[in-house]
Design a protein around this ligand. Structure first.
Ligand SMILES: NC(=O)c1ccc[n+]([C@@H]2O[C@H](COP(=O)([O-])OP(=O)(O)OC[C@H]3O[C@@H](n4cnc5c(N)ncnc54)[C@H](O)[C@@H]3O)[C@@H](O)[C@H]2O)c1
Length: 263
């Protein structure tokens, strides 16, 4: 059994991950963390009334009392870096879905994991279909260098653009020659109209109630267009990837960025 803690367990993703861990035959949920939780045990909540798992408000209290092999993190961009470093320093392998990491932070955490000889995974998107969408887009950009990324999320999301959009742009930039798109003379009459600029590619962030997580990578060429789109209709779409990550990280001694490296 892999002993797992879930940080951010009261959130939308954290609660979905908590249920996945409880239902998985190879996982044992040994503690949960959320500074805003009022409960001392998850059994105080009707949905977990049959489960006996302690709730912690601080990560320090958690590691004082609990031994775990894996730290699932679905918290907020401001704390995820500190949480991930803390987990590595305490020899707990992080499986992180929280987005908003800078490139420097990912590199720093990878260095820390190597020093600690602990495995880990940061995945901006745990949905298998989203990983395929990024890989197909990377293939298409070899032939269609004019591309715009449109990511669409629910209106409670804190960071923009999404981690998936940034990861996609990074993957496309690995094979696409740097190029500024659109008319060289173009002017924005409303600032932001052309979206964010990543190496000449434009990224547009849509935020609307009712959405979960969606992304469209749209290519244009002479007389033709190609659109590659992925939709997460439900947060359960991310759980196959999270479960896979939890099973793999315990055998690693490095921190991996992107689920595609584990598929
Ligand atoms: N990688 C993926 O596949 C994927 C998919 C969807 C969402 N996300 C990301 O997951 C993150 C969480 O999204 P959400 O919709 O569940 O957000 P949410 O706001 O519903 O939940 C965040 C939770 O984190 C808790 N929290 C805040 N500070 C904390 C701390 N110091 N320690 C522990 N918990 C803390 C909050 O109390 C809250 O319960 C976001 O960054 C989002 O972009 C990733």
């Amino acid at each position: 059994m892999i002993r797992i803690i879930v940080a951010g367990f009261k959130g939308r993703m954290g609660s979905t991950a908590t249920k996945m861990v409880l239902a998985h035959e190879n996982f044992e949920l040994v503690g949960v963390l959320d500074p805003y939780a009022k409960e001392k045990n998850i059994n105080e909540l009707a949905e977990y009334s049959e489960q006996n798992v302690p709730v912690f408000k601080t990560k320090e209290a958690l590691v004082n009392e609990i031994e775990a092999a894996v730290w699932i993190d679905f918290t907020i961009p401001d704390v995820a870096y500190k949480n991930t470093r803390f987990a590595l320093e305490h020899k707990i392998a992080p499986v992180v879905g929280t987005t908003g990491f800078s490139e420097e932070q990912v590199l720093d955490l990878q260095k820390c994991a190597k020093e600690q000889k602990v495995g880990g995974l940061i995945a901006p998107n745990f949905a298998v279909g989203a990983v395929l969408m990024m890989q197909f887009a990377k293939k298409a950009v070899e032939y269609f260098p004019d591309v715009e990324i449109i990511e669409l999320h629910h209106d409670n999301k804190l960071d923009a653009p999404s981690g998936t959009a940034i990861k996609t742009a990074e993957m496309l930039a690995e094979v696409r020659k740097s190029k500024k798109q659109g008319n060289p003379e173009e002017k924005e009459t409303l600032p932001g109209a052309r979206g964010a600029n990543y190496d000449g590619m434009r990224i547009h962030s849509v935020r609307l109630p009712g959405l979960i997580a969606h992304q469209q990578v749209q290519f244009g060429s002479i007389g033709e267009g190609l659109t590659i789109r992925h939709d997460s209709y439900d947060r359960s779409s991310f759980m196959t990837g999270v479960a896979l990550g939890c099973q793999k990280v315990v055998d690693l001694e490095e921190l991996i960025y992107g689920l595609e490296h584990l598929l």
